[in-house]
Ligand binder design. Structure first.
Ligand code: SF4
Ligand code: SF4
Length: 381
């Protein structure tokens, strides 16, 4: 058996859905695209993830010969109805960038250990970030969708890609750099509430997913905690991620039906039973650690961003029974939470919301929170 086949068999035995191999040649198109869209991707380009380095593997490791691309299918379980529409399925699956002390991180670590034991010098993320969608299409294991997601046969776009650059010469797959979307289909583009999508082009800063977790002060270069009001309105009930352009896609239809039919794990059902946006808003340390962190550990480290997102989601709910909770959050010690609670109250409107905002107006000491209160009073009907 060839080394390539042994590596593939090992990856499949670990539970990856598919694995392919491509050369370690550069990805000049991706480097040009990133640089030409600097204002959209500055938060990434200047981050420790160094995506431009990843476009030229041999620039970092001159001995690099091959990129091994694994495809993990995270749609192997059902997802509770209470969480769908609020937390992206990817995050519910706890399979994205897991630590190696958990099963999904241990799988990646076992694969790295295997490659290294076979004598291969190996580079991988997050220290070294190859453009994984391009690499896996070049390796022949995924295709593209016009929504910019990678698709694999079976799980559709409900996959996680990982790339491992090694110094071994391996057997390379035939590229599948194509998008087998139905002619003229634009369902994903039309489903995007913020206009973040054009075919094969995403404006990340308009994307709901970006706004739920990248908008943190000093999280990445050029990021801040501010979410533009026009995006807040379109965030609906999402507090971490957004699945709308994947749900709209006919190429995902079969897998979505399967996921809906499968029962959720008892782990996710436990989270779902305890999940309550009002508790996310008035977040205690214990609720943060036991209900939020187990599934949303990837990006947000501080409670305040979940509280902000919950204030937006409650404001978008149209349910004025949430007013007392937002009014309570208007007295929170963190001005970010107060400001977004004000926005939520303004969005819900009604006499009780106005009363809470008018009570907070003269005692608010933070400039940004004061601005949010004024803007909320202007829209609260
Ligand atoms: S994830 Fe949501 S907001 Fe982002 S492009 Fe897709 S539909 Fe639009
Ligand atoms: S919704 Fe249509 S255009 Fe968009 S990715 Fe799916 S098949 Fe392609």
């Amino acid at each position: 058996m060839s080394l390539t086949q042994e590596i593939k068999d090992f990856a499949l035995d670990l539970g990856y859905h598919d694995v392919g191999v491509t050369t370690a040649d550069a990805f000049p198109w991706y480097a040009e695209e990133l640089q030409s869209r600097y204002s959209s991707y500055n938060y990434l380009i200047e981050s420790p993830l160094k995506p431009l380095e990843g476009t030229n593997p041999k620039g970092v490791m001159p001995e690099a010969k091959s990129i091994i691309c694994t495809v993990y299918d995270y749609s192997r379980e059902g997802f509770p109805a209470e969480l769908v529409g609020t937390i992206g399925r990817l995050y519910q699956s706890r399979s994205y960038n897991q630590s190696s002390s958990r099963i999904n991180g241990a799988r990646r670590q076992l694969f790295i250990d295997y490659l290294q034991k076979r004598g291969m010098q190996t580079m991988y993320g997050p220290e070294f970030n190859v453009p994984e969608r391009l690499a896996s299409a070049r390796a022949g294991v995924t295709t593209y969708g016009r929504n910019n997601f990678a698709y694999a046969k079976g799980p559709g776009s409900f996959i996680i890609l990982m790339a491992f650059t090694v110094d071994a010469e391996l057997e390379y797959g035939s590229p599948t750099i194509e998008a087998p979307c139905p002619k003229d289909c634009r369902l994903c583009v039309d489903a995007c509430p913020t206009g973040a999508l054009e075919p094969f082009r995403l404006e990340p800063k308009k994307c709901i997913a970006y706004n739920t977790f990248m908008t943190q002060d000093n999280f990445r270069p050029h990021t801040s905690s501010h979410i533009p009001p026009e995006i807040r309105v379109e965030m609906g009930s999402w507090i971490h991620g957004c699945d709308l352009c994947q749900e709209a896609c006919p190429r995902n239809r079969t897998r979505l039906k399967v996921m809906e039919a499968w029962p959720a794990s008892s782990f996710l059902n436990r989270i779902a039973e305890q999940f309550d946006l009002r508790k996310v808003l008035l977040l205690t340390d214990e609720y943060f650690e036991t209900v939020l962190r187990p599934v949303m550990y990837n990006y947000i480290r501080h409670k305040r961003y979940f509280q902000r997102n919950a204030a937006i989601a409650l404001g978008n709910s149209g349910d004025r029974s949430h007013v007392p909770y937002l009014a309570q959050a208007l007295e929170h010690s963190d001005p970010l939470v107060r400001g977004y609670a004000a926005w939520g109250l303004g969005r819900l409107g009604g006499q009780d919301a106005r009363t809470a905002l008018e009570k907070a107006r003269p005692v608010e000491t933070d400039e940004k929170a004061s601005q949010e209160i004024e803007a909320a009073l202007a829209i609260a009907a």
